[in-house]
Design a protein around this ligand. Structure first.
Ligand SMILES: Nc1nc2c(ncn2[C@@H]2O[C@H](COP(=O)(O)OP(=O)(O)OP(=O)(O)O)[C@@H](O)[C@H]2O)c(=O)[nH]1
Ligand SMILES: [Mg+2]
Ligand SMILES: [Zn+2]
Length: 319
């Protein structure tokens, strides 16, 4: 968390506490067991239940007031404890940002998205591109982690595959949690930030978090030999603190996700290398499919845009 964000949070916290305190006066009249409101951090949510960390670092099981939005891992909230030490979340503090996948809120107040892909299940460019579009629209930095590289007989080919992402300014880390290749270098990248790990089931998100925070002992899949796919081992998005500062957020893998909740214009603006070319096509309403004098198609022909990226663009426009 940057200093600015921390300062901002303090200010918001003071204001929200004031509001919550005023509200709780009314509540206390009905339920004298309620204690003073506190600020907390949502660690995870299971259905309607939240695990909230108070400022002392204790975890409190909470439910949420019905009239407030759903809170998710990373949310700063105001909550009150009851006599039985359970809690009720009464307000969500303003978010810096939030991450949605298929329209569903996943986490809040993130500094960086870490998209984990692997040699098995094998990475798919269109899935990677979808995450990049989500990141671009949420204005969140994203980097790609390629795990299980020890399974590759040709690492040069793997690096070639990802060079199109490097060329548009996205960091790519190659590592093997199993063989402990590249994990130390990666560790040095993540400190002090709130990192969310995303990607298909079975790529090794929880394994990587376990490697980075060895005291955790997260549950890890026994990968199914038959399907070579993960089994959706992680079931709830959960935040873990890095002892030296920053957080790692583990999330359940998905097999696929759609961008139904984004407009075509948002999808287009999710291709960061297309952006400088916008407005340069002959037709103002160019769809960059088959129109003459199209800046995107020209860039494709000159090699400035990678054919795989353009292919994803076309397929997403058809969905
Ligand atoms: N060969 C190999 N296997 C690995 C590596 N890292 C993790 N695995 C294995 O991959 C499988 C899936 O790992 P998980 O960490 O559970 O994957 P996940 O991404 O958290 O999956 P979900 O929780 O279902 O989203 C496990 O059997 C791990 O032991 C690696 O570097 N190489
Ligand atoms: Mg997992
Ligand atoms: Zn065009």
């Amino acid at each position: 968390m940057s200093l600015n964000r921390r300062q901002k949070w303090r200010i918001e916290k003071i204001q929200s506490e004031r509001i919550a305190r005023a509200n709780s006066v009314a509540d206390n009249a009905q339920n004298p067991a309620d204690y003073a409101p506190q600020t907390g951090l949502v660690i995870t949510r299971y259905g309607q239940r939240l695990l909230v960390e108070n400022e002392a670092g204790d975890l409190i099981q909470c439910t949420s007031r019905r009239n407030i939005d759903l809170s998710v891992a990373g949310d700063q909230v105001i909550f009150m404890t009851n006599a039985d030490n359970s809690g009720v979340v009464t307000a969500i503090l303003e978010r810096d940002n939030c991450l949605k996948r298929s329209g569903k809120l996943i986490a809040a107040n993130i500094d960086e998205m870490r998209l984990v892909v692997a040699l098995q299940p094998h990475y798919q460019f269109d899935l990677i591109d979808r995450y990049l579009i989500v990141a671009e629209n949420a204005q969140l930095p994203i980097s790609i982690v390629v795990n299980k590289i020890e399974l590759s007989a040709n690492i040069e080919q793997v690096k070639k595959d990802f060079s199109m992402y490097r060329s548009i300014g996205i960091d790519v880390h190659y590592l093997s949690v199993k063989e402990q290749i590249g994990t130390q270098d990666f560790k040095e990248q993540i400190g002090g930030k709130s990192n969310i790990f995303l990607g298909q089931s079975g790529v090794g998100k929880s394994s990587l978090i376990n490697e980075l925070l060895p005291d955790l002992n997260l549950k890890i899949a026994q990968i199914s030999a038959k399907s070579k796919l993960g089994k959706h081992t992680t079931t709830a998005t959960t935040l873990y603190h890095i002892p030296t500062g920053g957080d790692l957020i583990d999330s359940p893998g998905v097999r696929e996700f759609h961008l139904d909740n984004l407009t075509n214009a948002q999808i287009l603006s999710g291709f960061k290398e297309f952006k400088p070319l916008m407005g340069q096509c002959k037709f103002r309403n160019c769809t960059h499919k088959s129109e003459p004098d199209c800046a995107i198609k020209n860039a494709l022909e000159s090699g400035a845009i990678h054919p795989k990226r353009y292919e994803t663009y076309l397929s997403l426009m058809d969905e």
